[in-house]
Design a protein around this ligand. Sequence first.
Ligand SMILES: C[C@@]1(CC(=O)O)C2=NC(=C\c3[nH]c(c(CCC(=O)O)c3CC(=O)O)Cc3[nH]c(c(CC(=O)O)c3CCC(=O)O)/C=C3\N/C(=C\2)[C@@H](CCC(=O)O)[C@]3(C)CC(=O)O)/[C@H]1CCC(=O)O
Ligand SMILES: NC(=O)c1ccc[n+]([C@@H]2O[C@H](COP(=O)([O-])OP(=O)(O)OC[C@H]3O[C@@H](n4cnc5c(N)ncnc54)[C@H](O)[C@@H]3O)[C@@H](O)[C@H]2O)c1
Length: 217
Amino acid sequence: MERNNLYPIFLKTSQLHVLIVGGGYVAEEKLQFLTKSSPDANITLVSPMFRPGTLELAKRFKADLITDFYDTKYLEGKHLVVATTDKPELNIQIYKDCRGLDKLVNVADNPPYCDFYMGGIVTKGNVKVAISTNGKSPTTAKRLRQFFEEVLPDNINEMVQNLNAYRKTLKGDFEYKVDKMNEVTKTLVDKNESQISRSEVSADLKKEQETTKAVKI
Ligand SMILES: C[C@@]1(CC(=O)O)C2=NC(=C\c3[nH]c(c(CCC(=O)O)c3CC(=O)O)Cc3[nH]c(c(CC(=O)O)c3CCC(=O)O)/C=C3\N/C(=C\2)[C@@H](CCC(=O)O)[C@]3(C)CC(=O)O)/[C@H]1CCC(=O)O
Ligand SMILES: NC(=O)c1ccc[n+]([C@@H]2O[C@H](COP(=O)([O-])OP(=O)(O)OC[C@H]3O[C@@H](n4cnc5c(N)ncnc54)[C@H](O)[C@@H]3O)[C@@H](O)[C@H]2O)c1
């Protein structure tokens, strides 16, 4: 079976600088999902034209807008670049410019010209789930995102915070703490059945939240 060998990382986009080239529909969609996950990301867009929705999003999330045609000078200081223009040959040139400068680049919707893919992303407090189909089916990534948005309880963050606080109360060495943390969370994955249904996962998470709350932090 073909398998996804991509390595996901969680970027601190508030400490990095993202450049989006283009200001049309695709740029707006990428900006929308980027800011939904990372509202504090540093983002600059360069394009001779921006859609009204893009202007509004840029204002809301303090993204810089440069009304100009792409130029290599705009790559300076950028760590990640997303090319979304309606000129396929320009997008490929941007890809080459970035590779020449060792910058990570994504030509939106064009898998062969991507060093990284944007993913489906679910954020619940401190918990974030990122989904990739290896570039094979963005629609599936979207549907899975919607599924996990529903299945992960909104208060999963409480469980994480409780566990974080509980860990701090533990006296003992690292090994002891690891054992304890595994013990109080084991009902999350302790299953005899091979199939875990959506409601079981939800119920397990809720049960675990009660357990961790009961630890009286
Ligand atoms: C996840 C998400 C994140 C985001 O955009 O931030 C994302 N695409 C989303 C939606 C979406 N994009 C498209 C459709 C219509 C689908 C259709 O037409 O079949 C839909 C669904 C919809 O809109 O309903 C068009 C499309 N996209 C790509 C291609 C090319 C191809 O498939 O070969 C085409 C066809 C273009 C054409 O026809 O020419 C390629 C990519 N899109 C990716 C990411 C990367 C792979 C992610 C993965 O590994 O799964 C990758 C490889 C590169 C990249 O762009 O990073 C976001 C959902 C966010 C959410 O809802 O949470
Ligand atoms: N919109 C979609 O759903 C979709 C889906 C699949 C593929 N695509 C492809 O993605 C590309 C972009 O689509 P779109 O719908 O966002 O197009 P669009 O026409 O809405 O936007 C293109 C943007 O690129 C900008 N641009 C043009 N030349 C530029 C330059 N030299 N420097 C900087 N910016 C420049 C334009 O000003 C505009 O803002 C197209 O090639 C399209 O075929 C789009």
